[in-house]
Design a binder for this molecule. Sequence first.
Ligand SMILES: *[C@@H]1O[C@H](CO)[C@@H](O)[C@H](O)[C@H]1NC(C)=O
Ligand SMILES: *[C@@H]1O[C@H](CO)[C@@H](O)[C@H](O)[C@H]1NC(C)=O
Ligand SMILES: *[C@@H]1O[C@H](CO)[C@@H](O)[C@H](O)[C@H]1NC(C)=O
Ligand SMILES: *[C@@H]1O[C@H](CO)[C@@H](O)[C@H](O)[C@H]1NC(C)=O
Ligand SMILES: *[C@@H]1O[C@H](CO)[C@@H](O)[C@H](O)[C@H]1NC(C)=O
Ligand SMILES: *[C@@H]1O[C@H](CO)[C@@H](O)[C@H](O)[C@H]1NC(C)=O
Ligand SMILES: *[C@@H]1O[C@H](CO)[C@@H](O)[C@H](O)[C@H]1NC(C)=O
Ligand SMILES: *[C@@H]1O[C@H](CO)[C@@H](O)[C@H](O)[C@H]1NC(C)=O
Ligand SMILES: *[C@@H]1O[C@H](CO)[C@@H](O)[C@H](O)[C@H]1NC(C)=O
Ligand SMILES: *[C@@H]1O[C@H](CO)[C@@H](O)[C@H](O)[C@H]1NC(C)=O
Ligand SMILES: *[C@@H]1O[C@H](CO)[C@@H](O)[C@H](O)[C@H]1NC(C)=O
Length: 549
Amino acid sequence: MFLLAWAIMFLSGAFGSEEKFCEKGDFCITLIKEVTGEAGLCVVIPCSYETDEQFTPRHMVWYKTKDQKESRVFNSDNDKDTKAGFKGRVSLLEPDVSQRNCSIMINDLTESDSGNYHFRVKGNMNGKSDGFSYRKKTDVSVSALKQKPSVMIPPLTEGQQVTLTCTAPGLCSGSPPKITWMWRGKGKKDSNIIGNTTALKTENLTAFTQRHSSTLTFNPTAEHHNTKLSCTVSFTAGPTVQEETLKVTYARKPQISGRASVKEGHYLNLTCSVDSFPPSEIKFSRKLIGNVLQEVNASYYITNATRGDAGLYICTAKHLNNTLTEEINVTITWFSGILNTSGCVLKLELLTCVCISEGFPLPTINWSLPLDHTEDSVTVSGQAVRSTVTQTIKSHENSSVKCFSSHENGEAEKKLTIQNLPDESSTVPWMEILIAVFIGAFIFILLSVIAMKYYRKKLKKSGNSVETLEAIAPDDPQSCSGQSVNKAQGEVQEGAVNGALSPELNSVSNNLTYATIDHSKLNRHLEKEDNRMENETEYAEIQKKTQTC
Ligand SMILES: *[C@@H]1O[C@H](CO)[C@@H](O)[C@H](O)[C@H]1NC(C)=O
Ligand SMILES: *[C@@H]1O[C@H](CO)[C@@H](O)[C@H](O)[C@H]1NC(C)=O
Ligand SMILES: *[C@@H]1O[C@H](CO)[C@@H](O)[C@H](O)[C@H]1NC(C)=O
Ligand SMILES: *[C@@H]1O[C@H](CO)[C@@H](O)[C@H](O)[C@H]1NC(C)=O
Ligand SMILES: *[C@@H]1O[C@H](CO)[C@@H](O)[C@H](O)[C@H]1NC(C)=O
Ligand SMILES: *[C@@H]1O[C@H](CO)[C@@H](O)[C@H](O)[C@H]1NC(C)=O
Ligand SMILES: *[C@@H]1O[C@H](CO)[C@@H](O)[C@H](O)[C@H]1NC(C)=O
Ligand SMILES: *[C@@H]1O[C@H](CO)[C@@H](O)[C@H](O)[C@H]1NC(C)=O
Ligand SMILES: *[C@@H]1O[C@H](CO)[C@@H](O)[C@H](O)[C@H]1NC(C)=O
Ligand SMILES: *[C@@H]1O[C@H](CO)[C@@H](O)[C@H](O)[C@H]1NC(C)=O
Ligand SMILES: *[C@@H]1O[C@H](CO)[C@@H](O)[C@H](O)[C@H]1NC(C)=O
């Protein structure tokens, strides 16, 4: 009952409260002064009446008066005399006559339905047919249709099928309206090919109120975002349209614009954008060594790119709960030109040239040489290219060696200077050997002198002196030869002076005892020192005591 009351209030623009008017004794009617409706919809005229106790109601009749012309619009007895345009459009809300409820609903309103409506009850009074027309009227005014269909759009997400509902205005039980959906793409003309629509759906709310609706099922895409969708409800009196702008939640992959390869010193301009609805939160970050992320603006601009700006840049777009990423590998190209460490060396008529160039990507090197080069090696270390050529030439005087390096960032050429190295390969070792020999000899002699001195001292101490030699010298007349003695003496004396060798006491077969000192290693430089040593030592004579010479 509550729903019904609400429905009636909703359907009818009922103005003012119901008022009861009594005429001729107990014949009273309760009406409201004015109701309004819209063309195509319906209107309810709330009504109740009372009669004389002697009167038994049988039928209800409604009339409309307009411009002094009265026409019958409803007759519960029969609709023969009913005005043509009203046939089938007017119905009682309460068909039970005994309820004395004269409320009617007029469906499929047209503006010409406007007018004053009044009620007549037909029945029996004291056994005789009778009727009573109430004079009080309700003013019904019908205006053009202003109410629009209501379109229910749940949240639209790309790829998730969705059902939209369009409900016709009014809850009238009149002729069902025609509901059509239209989709207007961006810059395209109306089209109704967007999805599947259901046929009209009618829902009985009460015996005399109905809700008409249609659904549209489709799969939203980003293409539908910001396009217009309309629902048109066509009543007998004309159409009413509701248009809605579709908002589709979607996100495209982030796009990074800007050159990924930049010349050193040029500008680097990276911009990350994401086509999405609602807009995404965009962040740029840069992957540093160790996967550390350094935050950069969504738009990254530097006027003077350096090698250090190369690397992986990651655009992260946070769209609702999703995170989308896109990467760009920025390379900075650079070229050092030909390094100063490049050059040529000429040695033994062999010209060796080295040309070094650095850059990213690696530069290439070629040569311009007096002759065809015989050997070529290219080594790469890091970002440096090192090219080596070797060739045999007679003279470098008029030789011109040029090295060219080319790179996408530019080209470089350099005339290499030739460093002429003297041919020292044979002299240098000889000199060294000679010096080494001299030094060696010096050390040897020095050691020998020291050793000899030491030996002499030891001889003295132990009593094994020169005199001892006399005692032990065997008598051998045959070996008594002055020559031998002289020789021995001379040698000993020489040896004492020079001390190059440790004196050796040789016992020869002919019993000649002498000391030999090889003085071939005699060194003049040591003379002084040795003379001094001679003064100190007192062993420098070995006397050969012959038995009988
Ligand atoms: C008349 O009948 C209708 C429908 O049953 C009802 O909604 C309305 O309240 C009734 N009017 C009166 C005055 O009882
Ligand atoms: C709604 O009511 C009409 C008559 O009033 C009836 O023909 C129809 O079957 C009903 N529809 C539903 C869904 O109840
Ligand atoms: C529309 O209906 C057809 C056939 O019933 C079905 O194949 C199609 O998938 C439907 N389209 C949508 C968007 O629901
Ligand atoms: C960087 O590039 C974007 C588009 O890619 C452009 O709109 C912007 O003006 C550029 N910035 C500069 C400073 O050139
Ligand atoms: C981000 O851009 C703004 C405006 O262009 C600038 O002021 C700011 O310094 C930038 N921040 C970084 C980290 O580059
Ligand atoms: C670019 O940067 C380099 C190194 O930081 C600097 O030597 C050079 O002068 C800069 N050039 C400009 C145009 O700022
Ligand atoms: C997004 O996250 C919030 C809270 O974390 C959660 O309530 C919501 O359901 C999520 N939405 C989607 C579409 O996953
Ligand atoms: C970026 O590009 C450079 C040059 O093409 C390449 O050496 C490097 O491995 C790339 N880095 C990544 C992370 O792809
Ligand atoms: C290389 O040579 C050029 C020209 O002779 C000079 O200007 C530059 O300073 C040199 N560079 C080095 C690192 O020696
Ligand atoms: C070396 O390269 C330069 C520039 O790329 C070119 O002009 C020259 O002809 C080349 N020389 C040789 C010998 O290939
Ligand atoms: C070098 O060139 C000059 C002039 O061109 C010439 O007089 C001279 O003989 C040349 N020297 C050699 C070693 O070819």
